[in-house]
Design a protein around this ligand. Structure first.
Ligand code: ATP
Ligand code: MG
Length: 686
C-alpha cells in the first residue's frame, strides 16, 4: 500500500481523522495521493460507498476509478468518484423533492439556455443572450439568485439582466429543469435549508477528497463545507500556480479560507516532481516565478537534466504544424516513447487545432482533438438527446419543441405558438397541454391530430424505456425507437450530400452504442473480456448525458496523438509535448483595450502565465515551444511576436543548478525524523 509514495505523500494518505490540504506544484503526485488515500480509507475499514472523490472532469473521474480499481479491486466501483456537478445530480435526484424538484428533472445545455434567454429577454440576438447567460452564471456561482442580483444591481443594464434572470428562473421551475450552475447552487440550498437531508449526507460522507481544489468556486466550497460538516473529514489537493478557471468564477480565496475555517487543518507540501526532467522543470519554475504566491515552492526532479527545451519559430500556422509533425516523426524514430499516445500538441484556443489536424492527416498520423467541439454538440446528437430528455421529463418544454419538430411530423410553427399560448394561460407544460380537453379552442383540428399522435408516441416510448434495463435491451430499444420516429430517413432527406448524411447516421449509431453501454449488464471491457457491470435503466442513464462533454471513456485507450487546449490538458501528462502558438496575443491571449494597463490586465496576465505553466508541466521528457512569425487574424496575415513567456522561461541563462540528490537526502532525513517523532508520540499516547 505504501509502495510508490514518498514520505510527505504517505503523511497525507495516513491523515484520516481530520481535514487535510496538500498544496503542491505540478506533477508532484497530488492526484496519486487521492487514489492511494481511497485505498487507505477502505483498508482502514471505511465502507467504499461512504467515500467521495471529486475530480475536475468526467474523464479524470474515469481515470481515477481505473487507478483506484487497480489498488483495491471491486470495491473501487462503490466509491463515488465524480465531478462536483455529477455529485449535485446525485444529491438532487435523491433529495431534490424537498425543493419541489421531481426526480426526472432535466439538465439544460448551453444552447437550450441561449434560446431560452432570447425568449425571456425578447431578443433574437444570440450574442446578447449569451452575455446575459454569462452574467447570470457569474451571479449564480457567487451564490446570488435573481432577487439578490436585483437588489445589488448597480446600473440599468444589471437591473435588466436581473429581471431577465427572474423570468429565466421561473421558466426553469416550470420545466422542471436546471442549468449547470444549479447543479451546485440547488444542492447547496438543499443542504443549508433542510437539516434532515444535511444530516443524512453528513452521516453518509465518511471522507470527501477533492482534486484540483484551486479551481473550485465559492459555491462549490460552501457545498463541500456542508457535506463534510463539523467532523471535517476531507482531503483537498491543489496548486495555486495552476488556477486557470478564474474567468469562470474559481477563486483562490478558497485556498486561503481553508486554514481559517478549519483551524485543525493539516497542510502538507510536496516538492519532488516525478513527471518531468530538470530542464523542463526549470523552465516551468522560471515562468511562474514572477507570479504572486500563496506560498513559495520550487519543484525539483530526480529524472536528470534531459533534453533542452526547444524554441521553434515558424513562418506561419501551416509551417508550425509541419514542423510539429516532423518533430513527432523524428522523436518517434529515436526515442523510447514510440506510441502515438506519447505525443501531445497543446494550444490556447480551439481554432488553433485546425492546421495541426490538416498536417497530421496529410502525414497519416492518427489523432484526437480533446476539449474542442463536443460530440454532444452535433445537431443529430442534440436531436436525440431532446427526445430522450422529453421521455424522461415531460415538463421539459425546450426538449418538447425540438422533438416535436424533428423529424417533421406536421406540427408547424403556428401550431406550436398556439399551443404555447394555451399552455401559458393554463400554467401547463406543453406536453400536459396536449391532453387538455379545452385545447381545441386554441388549436385547429388537423394540428391537434398531429399533436396527439406525437404525445402518444412519447408516452409509448416512456413506458418502454422505463422497463428497459441493461445493455442489450437498451440497444434494441434505441434501434426500434429510431425506426419508429424515422430518424435515418430524416437525416438523408435533410442533407444534400449522402456521405455527410451517412456520417451523421454513423454518429447516431455510435451514440446509441455508448448510451446502451452505460446501461450495464454483460459488456466487453477494454481488454475485450465479458464482465458484468451494474445494470441501470435507460431513463437513469439519459439524465446524466448532459454532463458529459465527450465520449471520453471510450477515448482513453486510443493510440493517437492528442491535440488539446491548455485548459483541457490539466492534470494530464505526455512524454513529448509541443506547446504551439506561443505568441503575444495568443498566449497571453489578447487583452481588451479597456483592460490595458490596469489591475484587471495584471490579473489576466497572471492567469495566462499559470496557463503557460500548466502547459510546460504536462511534458515528461521533451518540450518544444513554438511561435509564429506571421499569424492569421481573421482573414489577414499579421506579423507575430514571441510571447513574453518564452523569454520568461530563461532558457539561455545558465541557472545555478541545485543538486537534487542533496536536496533529497536532506528531505529524507527530515521526514525520517518526523516519522520517528510521530511514532514516539503515538507510543507515548498508548
Ligand atoms: P498535476 O499538478 O499536473 O495535477 P499531480 O501533482 O496530480 O500533477 P500526479 O499526476 O499525481 O501529480 O503525478 C505525476 C506523475 O508522477 C504520475 O505519473 C505519477 O504516477 C508519478 N508519481 C507521483 N508520485 C510518485 C511517487 N512517489 N513515486 C513514483 N512516481 C510518482
Ligand atoms: Mg493532478
Amino acid at each position: 500500500m505504501s509502495a510508490g509514495l514518498n514520505l510527505a505523500q504517505l503523511e497525507a494518505v495516513n491523515h484520516l481523522g481530520g481535514p487535510c490540504l496538500v498544496l503542491a506544484g505540478a506533477g508532484s503526485g497530488k492526484t496519486r495521493v487521492i487514489t492511494h488515500k481511497i485505498a487507505r480509507l477502505i483498508q482502514a475499514g471505511l465502507a467504499a460507498d461512504r467515500i467521495a472523490a471529486i475530480t475536475f472532469t468526467n474523464k479524470a473521474a474515469a481515470e481515477m476509478r481505473e487507478r483506484a480499481g487497480q489498488l483495491v479491486g471491486r470495491d473501487a466501483k462503490k466509491v463515488l468518484i465524480c465531478t462536483f456537478h455529477a455529485l449535485g445530480v446525485r444529491l438532487l435526484r435523491e433529495d431534490g423533492e424537498a425543493l419541489g424538484l421531481k426526480k426526472q428533472f432535466s439538465i439544460l445545455d448551453t444552447d437550450d439556455i441561449t434560446s431560452l434567454l432570447k425568449d425571456c429577454g425578447t431578443t433574437t440576438d444570440a450574442a446578447t443572450a449569451r452575455q446575459w447567460q454569462w452574467a447570470i452564471s457569474a451571479w449564480k456561482s457567487a451564490g446570488l439568485n435573481a432577487a439578490a442580483a436585483l437588489a445589488q444591481a448597480r446600473d440599468e443594464s444589471e437591473r435588466t439582466t436581473a429581471l431577465i434572470m427572474q423570468r429565466y428562473e421561473e421558466r426553469l421551475v416550470a420545466y422542471q429543469a436546471v442549468d449547470f450552475d444549479d447543479l451546485i447552487a440547488l444542492p447547496l440550498k438543499l443542504l443549508s435549508e433542510h437539516a434532515e437531508v444535511r444530516e443524512k449526507w453528513q452521516k453518509k460522507m465518511g471522507h470527501v477528497l477533492v482534486d484540483e481544489y484551486q479551481d473550485t468556486n465559492a459555491t462549490q466550497y460552501e457545498l463541500l463545507k456542508l457535506l463534510v460538516g463539523e467532523r471535517a473529514r476531507f482531503t483537498a489537493v491543489g496548486d495555486d500556480d495552476q488556477s486557470i478557471y478564474g474567468w469562470r468564477g474559481a477563486t483562490l480565496d478558497n485556498l486561503k479560507r481553508l486554514p481559517q475555517d478549519f483551524p485543525e487543518l493539516k497542510v502538507i507540501k510536496l516538492e519532488q516532481n516525478y513527471r518531468s526532467t530538470s530542464a523542463i522543470l526549470r523552465a516551468a519554475n522560471n515562468v511562474i516565478g514572477p507570479n504572486p504566491k500563496l506560498y513559495p515552492k520550487t519543484l525539483w526532479s530526480e529524472l536528470g537534466e534531459g533534453e533542452p527545451v526547444r524554441v521553434v519559430d515558424a513562418d506561419n500556422e501551416e509551417h508550425e504544424a509541419e514542423r510539429a509533425v516532423l518533430r513527432i516523426q523524428g522523436l518517434r524514430a529515436n526515442s523510447q516513447h514510440k506510441e502515438w499516445r506519447d505525443f501531445a500538441v497543446l494550444y490556447r484556443a480551439n481554432h488553433q487545432a485546425r492546421s495541426f489536424e490538416q498536417a497530421l492527416r496529410k502525414a497519416q498520423i492518427p489523432y484526437k482533438v480533446s476539449g474542442g467541439q463536443s460530440f454532444f454538440d452535433k445537431a443529430e446528437i442534440r436531436d436525440l438527446c431532446a427526445w430522450l430528455r422529453l421521455i424522461t421529463n415531460n415538463d421539459d418544454d425546450p426538449a418538447f419543441l425540438r422533438a416535436a419538430t424533428t423529424p417533421k411530423r406536421g406540427i408547424g410553427h403556428t401550431t406550436l405558438q398556439q399551443l404555447g399560448a394555451f399552455a401559458t394561460q393554463y400554467k401547463l407544460s406543453l406536453f400536459a397541454a396536449l391532453f387538455s380537453h379545452s385545447l381545441p379552442s386554441a388549436v385547429s383540428g388537423r394540428a391537434i391530430a398531429a399533436l396527439h399522435e406525437f404525445g402518444r408516441q412519447v408516452n409509448d416510448l416512456e413506458y418502454r424505456a422505463r422497463h428497459t434495463v441493461g445493455h442489450e435491451a437498451a440497444r434494441a430499444f434505441l434501434t426500434e425507437w429510431l425506426k419508429d420516429i424515422g430518424y435515418e430517413q430524416h437525416l438523408f432527406d435533410n442533407e444534400d450530400n449522402d456521405k455527410v448524411a451517412a456520417a451523421r447516421w454513423g454518429n447516431v449509431q455510435e451514440f446509441c452504442d455508448w448510451v446502451a453501454g452505460r446501461c450495464g449488464g454483460q459488456i466487453d471491457d477494454a481488454a475485450g473480456t465479458q464482465v458484468e457491470s451494474e445494470r441501470k435503466s435507460l431513463l437513469e442513464v439519459v439524465q446524466t448525458i448532459a454532463l458529459i462533454s465527450t465520449l471520453s471513456e471510450r477515448e482513453q485507450d486510443q493510440n493517437v496523438v492528442t491535440l488539446s487546449t491548455l485548459h483541457a490538458s490539466k492534470g494530464l501528462e505526455w512524454p513529448h509535448v509541443v506547446l504551439a502558438g506561443v505568441n503575444e496575443g495568443l498566449l497571453p491571449f489578447k487583452i481588451d483595450d479597456e483592460e490595458a494597463g490596469g489591475e484587471a490586465q495584471l490579473v489576466r496576465i497572471q492567469e495566462e502565465r499559470r496557463l503557460m505553466y500548466v502547459g510546460i508541466t504536462r511534458a515528461q521528457r521533451t518540450l518544444a515551444v513554438s511561435w509564429l512569425k506571421r499569424r492569421k487574424k481573421g482573414r489577414e496575415s499579421v506579423p507575430g511576436a514571441p510571447s513574453r513567456f518564452i523569454a520568461e522561461m530563461a532558457l539561455d541563462k545558465a541557472t545555478v543548478k541545485e543538486d537534487p540528490r542533496e536536496k533529497l537526502k536532506a528531505l529524507r532525513a527530515e521526514f525520517a525524523k518526523r516519522a520517528q517523532d510521530g511514532a514516539d508520540a503515538s507510543k507515548a499516547q498508548a
